[in-house]
Design a protein around this ligand. Structure first.
Ligand code: G3I
Length: 386
């Protein structure tokens, strides 16, 4: 049992041990007579890693990657290599990162991400080729109804073509459905929809297939997880949309369920999600859990241990339902440690706990595995018994 533990006297932490990878350092720290400040962490590498447990049950698993941390944080990168069999960039393959100008591409961050994964033989997902968010500031005034198709096809041919043969799958279109926009078919009234109508979706998938015929082409969306009215409506509309794509022969291979779930939600997870996944399977499509994390803002108590246990139980309960579906092939977690989660970014006025950083991810700020890590790992093994 490898111990990586925090030592209160010398302030050597798990990060220090992992960063140096030094057995001598570890020996010196572990042999000090001082009491440990915290229980030592279990060994979570090798056969005890997330990827090893996932692999035993036919799954790939990993994280959304922050390229800045890839460049600057050796502990972060070590966790990626120890735990992940697939990775997706949180930002590096979005339009805003790739397109500094209408006639320019900047692959600096994307290449860093792809090269890292390639070097460590980790599979890759692309995210995302057509979305209403993170589009460059020049887009609105430059892309018109007349030239939108050209911009979309050129972007996909260039970006997918650059990484041809290196990507397992791409989120070709992200979040295209929003019934409350009151468009026919429940489509989101997005910049691409305003310019090309729903056909932008067909155009994007056909362009992706042409750019890399071996790619698994994915439609990715959120809000299908819970047994409540809003998610029920979204599931119904998305399934109708997916069936229409299949009927038109649009090249589509997989459906992403983002899996942004909530601790303390009044809604349950069960029948609705099971039926949705079965309906997707019946269309002959694979299912990826693409952006799993737990929003704990609704938890009224502050006790960290209690919050961590509730967050872990939320992961467990969701995954026990989702992983029971045989078509689920990938599980990606939307971040590694609590120091970098989108849930702690941006304005806090809408939050119930505005001054309380969320503990949403499997590792804490010091990259120590929390109960959530073990709940996710156990959920892979629970699949075998399902
Ligand atoms: O890097 C810049 C920094 O230089 C600048 O000072 C700062 C302030 O504007 O912005 C930084 O970029 C931010 C980027 O995250 C990196 O932190 C962008 O503004 C911000 O919009 C971006 O947010 C990302 C968001 O997607 C939009 O792309 C989140 O990190 C990311 O977690 C989130 O992920 C989305 C999925 O792609 C789709 N599903 C929902 C999910 C959560 O919103």
């Amino acid at each position: 049992m490898k111990d990586h533990a925090r030592n209160s006297s010398s302030n050597l932490t798990r990060r220090d041990l992992l960063r140096t990878g030094s057995a001598a350092l570890a020996a010196s720290v572990l042999s000090t007579p001082l009491a440990w400040a915290a229980a030592s962490d279990a060994d979570i590498t090798g056969r005890n890693s997330l990827k090893a447990h996932a692999h035993k049950h036919g799954l790939l698993t990993g994280f959304a990657v922050n390229v800045h941390l890839l460049r600057t944080d050796p502990v972060y990168t070590r966790i990626l290599t120890e735990q992940a069999s697939i990775l997706v960039p949180e930002l590096a393959l979005k339009w805003v990162a790739l397109r500094p100008a209408p006639d320019k591409f900047d692959f600096t961050d994307a290449d860093t991400f792809v090269d890292f994964a390639h070097k460590h033989k980790i599979k890759l997902r692309g995210h995302t080729l057509a979305w209403h968010e993170s589009i460059p500031s020049w887009f609105e005034a430059t892309v018109t109804k007349e030239n939108a198709r050209h911009f979309l096809e050129e972007h996909i041919a260039t970006v997918v073509g650059r990484y041809k043969g290196k990507m397992q799958s791409w989120d070709v279109v992200n979040e295209a459905i929003l019934p409350k926009d009151k468009q026919p078919g429940g489509f989101r009234d997005s910049p691409w929809y305003k310019r090309l109508g729903p056909e932008y979706i067909d155009i994007a998938f056909r362009a992706a297939r042409q750019a890399d015929p071996k790619l698994i082409l994915t439609y990715n969306d959120y809000g299908v997880e819970y047994d409540n009215e809003e998610d029920g409506e979204r599931r119904k509309v998305i399934l109708e949309f997916l069936r229409s794509l299949k009927t038109k022969g649009v090249p589509l291979d997989a459906v992403g369920i983002q899996s942004h779930i909530k601790a303390g939600s009044p809604s349950t997870i069960g029948k609705g999600l099971r039926e949705y996944m079965a309906a997707v399977r019946e269309m002959g499509l694979q299912i990826y859990l693409t952006e799993l994390d737990v929003n704990e803002d609704d938890l009224a108590y502050n006790d960290v241990a209690k919050r961590d246990e509730t967050i872990a139980a939320t992961y467990r309960d969701f995954l026990n339902v989702a992983l029971a579906e045989p078509s689920v092939k990938d599980l990606l977690i939307w971040g590694v440690g609590d120091s970098h989660t989108w849930l702690n970014d941006g304005p806090t006025h809408h939050r119930k706990q505005p001054n309380r950083p969320q503990r949403s991810l499997p590792f804490d700020n010091d990259y120590r595995p929390k109960p959530a890590f073990f709940a996710i790992r156990d959920a892979f093994d629970h699949r075998a018994k399902a």
